[in-house]
Design a binder for this molecule. Sequence first.
Ligand code: 6PG
Length: 255
Amino acid sequence: MLRLFAEGEQMMSMPEITIVPDMAALSRAGTDEIVRCAKERIAARGRFTIALSGGSTPQGAHALLAQQKDLLWERIYVFFGDERHVPPDDKQSNYRAARESLLSKIPIPSENVHRIPAELDAPVAAQQYEDDLRKFFQLPPGEWPRFDLIMLGMGPDGHTASLFPNTRALNENSRWVVANRVEKLNTWRITFTFPLINHAAEILYLVAGDDKAEVLRDVLEGQKSDAYPTQRVQPVNGKLMWIIERGAARLLTQR
Ligand code: 6PG
């Protein structure tokens, strides 16, 4: 696909797209990429920072990751890219899902797991989580943290993390984490902002489901538009990788 760039529009790294036959293959490929990245970062820098995504798609990869015996979990720091505005034991909680599919099954020190305190008032939870990230990354003012890996999913409406169409968080340019009112779900979410996401060294999308095929085609092969927040995920200086299950990829023309 030839895509023309407007004057001044930054040339971004082309996404790496892998299409796999089914969910089992998606979970396997996702786990292999996480493990590859973790080993590389720990060997190079002594630690690996990862932000998990919510939703159902990554749970299979979490389960496979939990069976991985040769990872130095004491060198791995787990964060969350977004959270529903619920307590940690709620069945809607991304933290709870990750705890059940991964965190409760691995020898990771509890202080290495940074959950979003979503039981608090949403703006307070967002601020506390941003403070937690700032304390962890210890950066000079104005600098963005560089996660080694941020995992993301995409919803059928083109949302990613909890950056939904027509919501205020889409235009946040200075905060790392914000509370985002999602009227169509009549709820708040706590989410990483685009600048934080786009400063990651690697962004890994796991996407599955026939119901996402049209939006995914538009996101990956269509013109840039504000309709789909996922289109605004463009690493500033990093790798963008998509692992896509065949059903979700069925309308892609380049595969
Ligand atoms: C969340 C997620 C969200 C998710 C997509 C895809 O908290 O819901 O972070 O962005 O990744 O909605 O969800 P599924 O994997 O369940 O399709």
